[in-house]
Ligand binder design. Structure first.
Ligand SMILES: *Cc1c(COP(=O)(O)O)cnc(C)c1O
Length: 333
């Protein structure tokens, strides 16, 4: 059964060559500009929201409820996309990154969500996905009592992975643009983007490797998460048979010191992409995912001469909220 979809992304996002980095690394490197997907600074969540907001529209919802980190891109993109479709948004911000300053709490995505008219509530624990979802559902019940039609976008694994459907579509889009990639590198957080790309390639019979770079948990935990998401995805839609587990490739070499924290690998990656290609990465996701490419070329896991696609998943709206951390972490030239 086809899942309902709201149109949020529009035409294909560009795939651009990164000639100077290609020369430095000895590979052919392109970038998929999903940072340009959708409205209000865009990003991968626009593709995922096509299916969540499609389901919300099919249920005649008028209020979207969503939970995330304080500087969540998902929350901001949901508020913008819901506004575009005429729905209001209640966002729940979880304290996931300890000891951050007032800029982190007010700037970036938080400021944008306020401008977008989202109502903001808070959840004190950042590592309690089930509890955060329960708090959101409790709020949805209140909305229902007040005569609204709420739709909850849940966070925890175990919910139907609707967002991954957006990246199965993206896999088809990528193949139509350039079918020659050997390796695709992408951030792996909830795993919906990573799993969707992998399942989309599998369904299309395309053998490119997909390497997910950990932004939230280590490779062991993230591999388990991918297995669960892929299993749930094959129940939700036709993935052309089960995706072989040996296609799950995870790298966590830039995860330290943890979610939402900038280590030297991420800071180097950010500076390199900016200084060699003039393209900005964000410190939480895309700096850590891009860091995988030079590291895996160095280790030989990505062989010289490979045709590599880096998926820029967005996140730039949070850049200035991390001002202090970025200034401290940047390599001194
Ligand atoms: C959420 C997010 C990711 C991670 O995507 P998942 O589907 O949760 O794995 C990567 N990049 C950016 C910019 C994000 O906001």
């Amino acid at each position: 059964m086809a899942q309902p979809r709201a149109e949020l992304v529009g035409p294909a996002t560009p795939i651009q060559p990164l000639a100077r980095l290609s020369g430095q690394l000895g590979i052919t490197l392109h970038i998929k500009r999903d940072d340009l997907a959708g409205t209000t600074f865009g990003g991968n969540k626009s593709r995922q929201l096509e299916y969540y907001l499609g389901a919300a529209q099919a249920a005649s919802a008028d209020t979207i409820l969503i939970t995330g980190a304080v500087q969540s891109n998902f929350v901001r993109t949901a508020a913008a996309s819901a506004a575009q479709l005429g729905m209001r948004t209640i966002v729940q911000l979880e304290s996931r990154v300890p000891d951050m300053g007032p800029t982190y709490d007010r700037s970036g995505n938080v400021l944008l969500s306020r401008i977008l008219g989202a109502e903001v509530m808070h959840y004190p624990d950042g590592e309690d996905e089930a509890g955060a979802d329960a708090a959101l559902r409790a709020r949805a019940v209140q909305e229902q009592k007040a005569g609204r039609v709420p739709y909850v976008i849940p966070l925890a694994a175990g919910n139907p992975p609707l967002g991954a459907l957006g990246y199965m579509r993206a896999a088809d889009e990528i193949i139509a643009q350039n079918a020659g990639f050997d390796v695709i590198v992408v951030a792996s957080g909830s795993g919906l983007t990573h799993a969707g790309l992998l399942a989309g390639l599998h369904r299309a019979g395309h053998g490119a490797r997909v390497i997910g770079s950990c932004v939230r948990r280590d490779a062991g935990l993230q591999t388990d998460r991918l297995k669960r998401v892929l299993a749930a995805l094959s129940e939700l839609t036709d993935t052309g048979g089960p995706v072989p587990q040996n296609r799950i490739e995870i790298w966590d070499g830039a995860l330290a010191p943890g979610y939402g924290r900038i280590g030297p690998a991420a800071a180097d990656a950010m500076a390199r992409m900016a200084q060699v290609e003039g393209i900005m990465l964000d410190p939480v996701y895309t700096a850590k995912s891009f860091a995988a490419i030079p590291a895996l070329v160095r280790s030989g896991s990505i062989p010289q001469g490979s045709n590599v696609l880096f998926v820029h998943t967005g996140g730039l709206a949070a850049l200035f909220a991390y001002q202090d951390e970025i200034e401290t972490a940047l390599p001194r030239g």
